[in-house]
Design a protein around this ligand. Sequence first.
Ligand SMILES: Cc1ncc(COP(=O)(O)O)c(C=O)c1O
Length: 492
Amino acid sequence: MTEPLIFELSQPGRRGVALPPLDVPEAEPLPAEFRREELPLPELSELDVVRHFVRLSQRNFAIDSVFYPLGSCTMKYNPKVHEEVARLRGFQQIHPLQPVETVQGALAVMFHLQRALAEISGLPAVSLQPAAGAQGELTGILMVRAWLRDRGEDERTVVLVPESAHGTNPATAAMAGFTVKAVRADRNGNVDLEHLRALLGPDVAAMMLTQPSTLGLFDPNIEEIARVVHAAGALLYGDGANLNAILGKVKPGDCGFDVIHINLHKTFTTPHGGGGPGAGPVCATAALAPYLPAPIVVQQGDRYAFHAPERTIGKVRAFYGHFGMFVRAYAYICGLGAEGLREVAEHAVLNANYLRCRLRDVYELPFDRICMHEVVFSGNRQKQECGVRTLDIAKRLIDYGFHPPTIYFPLVVEEALMIEPTETESRETLDRFIAAMRTIADEARTNPELLKHAPTTTPVGRLDEALAARRPDLRWQPHREAAERTPPGSAH
Ligand SMILES: Cc1ncc(COP(=O)(O)O)c(C=O)c1O
């Protein structure tokens, strides 16, 4: 039976609030031109409203309720103590236009976070400003562009990007006005060094590289890659969104990266997804430090102040960045300490390899080698032998109570199933997930139709995702007949 929507529960005269008698003069209502005569607001009791919103919240898949192995997104548990710290009055109630003297504590958090990220990345200069990973990438590439212009190297118009890269990498390079050329992967999933050497020339500005890559693989040739890129007069940009895997183990600066961004929301925890919030600080070498976006926080004696680097590319967003996330990230780093951060990387890698070893006999593993924080399988076998697609496997996982992994990415793997368990999941959870994945592989053989119609246990069944994206139907319309409304399971 279809659940009634909140407007349909409305009963004339029912109230959810009891206001005290008016003890101030009655105000004139809004002028008529600003009012709608017909405004069919639902009339409900408080209980109706509470049930409605709790029911909606329970339909969400969230890291606080289910295992969420969405590859490349690092949906790990966000400790609640960070929320408490970010909500401390002194942090929560300050205003970005307050005089700097009155927000010294906030500046101290930003300064020490900059220092911690410099230590972790091995790159000395840090700006916290960018609002997300993608914006951090754009910031870094604009810094590269400004650096090249100052050197009179305007002829460097090409940015090299491995074919397995996250889509934001080529998009960033194109937005910054560069031409993008793809670098092939070799048969082990690493950068094809021969192809890279062939592409490098006097027109190349930079290479953008994700380490470990979106295939979940650590490229062991990283020092050689940095060497040949630098020898060609170009810079090496690091997409540090996968830093979770190497925290405290490998410093990108030591590998030869000139500038990287870090996804605070992924690596250093903040509830994210569905578009926000994010923070993508940029860490750079001393040579690129003058180009960082302004302002950065500096220490002057026992005070903290904002500073604009001399060749700054300017501001990339309003004010100073997503301050609440800085507090969470700093709390996370201080809470774990150096040893704890190393353990994060160890457990993230251990968990991904546990899944790799326990599922490789049922799902094809395109790169059968030790992986980092995520493992990329392929649903090719199930497609060829049973006519079931990766999409069907992912949808069936919902019936077993798991958020699906990332699918059809990276593009270099056919029918890709990209699983990132993260370090915060227990062995028991991983075992339940493995059992579900193995059962689904059996079902693909014995009852492929079941998978093709999954999920079968959710309030809304299989969506036509293209139609849902192109013609979203998001608004309840009061006068539309119930029969006209799309029934669950159909294409809206
Ligand atoms: C490898 C990689 N690069 C870049 C990004 C972009 O980060 P954001 O979504 O914060 O813009 C992501 C996002 O998860 C990513 O996984």
